[in-house]
Design a binder for this molecule. Sequence first.
Ligand code: NAP
Length: 244
Amino acid sequence: MKAVVYHRFGGPEVLAVADLPEPKVNLDGVLVRVRAAALNPADLGVQSGALAGMLESYFPVVPGWDVAGVVERAGPAAPEFAPGDEVIGYVRGEVAHRNGAYAELVAADVRTLVPKPRALPWAEAAGLPLAGLTALQAINALMPKPGETLLVHAAAGGVGSLAAQLALGRGARVLGTASEATTPTCVPSAWSRSATARVSRAASAHSPRTASTPCWTPPAAAPWRRRRTSAPGSRRSRSSTSPA
Ligand SMILES: NC(=O)c1ccc[n+]([C@@H]2O[C@H](COP(=O)([O-])OP(=O)(O)OC[C@H]3O[C@@H](n4cnc5c(N)ncnc54)[C@H](OP(=O)(O)O)[C@@H]3O)[C@@H](O)[C@H]2O)c1
């Protein structure tokens, strides 16, 4: 199979395409044919070596922890999935080796996979697992209640946009910060006295969701449109799930 690999820590210059053997699948594992893979900040940390103290890397490394794809083969102890099932997953291994999602095939533990949401295109679905889990953990920890106001920093980003939607789904009111360049109607992310004043004004506004609404119609040039997914596709679902 073809895969993206790196043989040493570094930036984009260390990435190359290589031919690798098909990954071995555990008895309770699943072989997934990759349709899209996502890029998270942690991928850059692992590849650069910044996270070497936390995660062992054995070169060559195939990067990528987020995947969306189709089950090619399921192990004999993996009755949860069958060939042809469309799945998404967070497929980080205990070490970084030839087990990433930037490949034609990835071997995944069934516990890391769930069915792909039917409404999502492949690229958007691949962007969901890690950012979604992170957002969910944060929202579960905070437990926002209906009517409470939650301030989400970096609300135009992968984690922030999902955290805001999860909080809105629980009935909370959401204020989001983002850079003025990309989302001019949101509170600016460069914190200042004027930003504090804008948050205070938004927080005291009478209409519960008005203040956060403009954040969810990001322009085509929003950073995560260019960076987060490796396959073509738009993030229309984010605006279609608009709280407006
Ligand atoms: N992705 C994950 O699964 C994951 C998991 C665990 C932890 N994290 C951490 O969560 C954070 C966000 O990750 P992400 O995946 O959501 O990244 P992302 O999609 O790249 O979004 C990052 C956001 O940060 C905003 N930002 C940049 N500089 C800022 C500043 N000085 N003040 C306020 N906001 C600023 C940007 O806002 P604008 O768009 O407005 O410029 C951008 O939308 C990172 O620190 C990451 O390490 C992420």
